[in-house]
Design a protein around this ligand. Sequence first.
Ligand SMILES: Nc1nc2c(ncn2[C@@H]2O[C@H](COP(=O)(O)OP(=O)(O)OP(=O)(O)O)[C@@H](O)[C@H]2O)c(=O)[nH]1
Ligand SMILES: [Mg+2]
Length: 376
Amino acid sequence: MDNQEEYQQNDSGEMTLEWAREEVDRLDHVTLNIAVTGESGSGKSAFVNAFRGLQDTDEGAAETGVTETTMEPTMYPHPTMPNVKIWDLPGIGSPMFKAETYMKDVKYPNYDFFIIVSASRFKENDAILAKEIMKKKKNFYFVRTKTDTDVSQEERKGVGEEQTLQKIRKNCLENLRTLGPPPVFLITSNKLERFDFPELVNTLERDLPYHKRDALVMSLPVHSKEFLDKKYSRFKKTAWVLATASAGITVIPVPGLSLAFDVAMVVSFLTKCYYSFGLNDGTLQKLSERVNKPILAKARESALVMAIAEESSLAAKAAARLGAAGVVEALCILVPGPGNIAAAGISFATTQSVLLEGVKELYSVAKGVIEMAEVK
Ligand SMILES: Nc1nc2c(ncn2[C@@H]2O[C@H](COP(=O)(O)OP(=O)(O)OP(=O)(O)O)[C@@H](O)[C@H]2O)c(=O)[nH]1
Ligand SMILES: [Mg+2]
């Protein structure tokens, strides 16, 4: 304990070991439960899939297109972050879910916020639902889907995109007059980078407590360059936190244990980053097919991407990078007093640089992918 305290005193920055440990714990345990509701056929399931970075035809995707009204809340876990859960709720006003008891019936305290989806105009039930959500002091967001269809239909009549969007916004707000009116986000689940999805994400981020914000940013698919940059800065911050937390491990008086801990942590962190940046084979393969370019092959030119894809070699690479410092650490921990602090310093600097170099490499590959796919 003495050594840990000393480390904190020596650390002139804001990040103390204790703070970093709490952060790591929060990152591991943070949950995000998102409720998606709206009328049957409005595009809820397609939205749920898009939010999870899945295509409607992917394994594990929510079924779309079939006419079947959801009779009870259905949970869809995020494919790589199981603590992020999206719930497809039954529509309000259905025989089993009366407006008066809806919130209680769907177990409202479970959700962080609600997304009310509509493909055409918002109806009275949507406004009633919003009022009920407000009463329970939860946040809600109106999402108007299938905007792509409206824009192309109007274009055929010679009406420009901006004019169509204005018309839809005006119409939505008129229908939601009694509520304020609240902002409405026009989106298309087929292409999140179009229309207001980035704005919706910014708003959600602003409203969420900060540790849930990280979970949101890390779990959403990369849909724009700006969003990739946002993910990159989150992962850089996490690298700092993890390196700070791992520095405290040097006080464990078993040579080699610190290194083993660091290797496992580096592997888990970079793997998370790899999925979050959309660099896994499945995602890249689909993208390659969609834009008809060898994106997967290009990404695999990165040794780090390859190592993560083939799991086992990543641990060996991380161990090799961290190993030199590990020997010094093992020696230092046998020496009482300031030796431990020196070891913590070495461990911190090495672990941090390995994490930061890793995340930077993955970011540069992900940026290349976006450029190749010509996502704006
Ligand atoms: N063009 C376009 N089609 C969409 C969009 N969102 C959904 N759809 C299509 O609209 C149809 C209905 O979408 P679903 O996601 O199944 O709707 P739902 O609200 O889950 O329907 P229920 O589960 O029956 O209540 C499907 O054929 C989707 O492919 C969109 O943003 N753009
Ligand atoms: Mg559905």
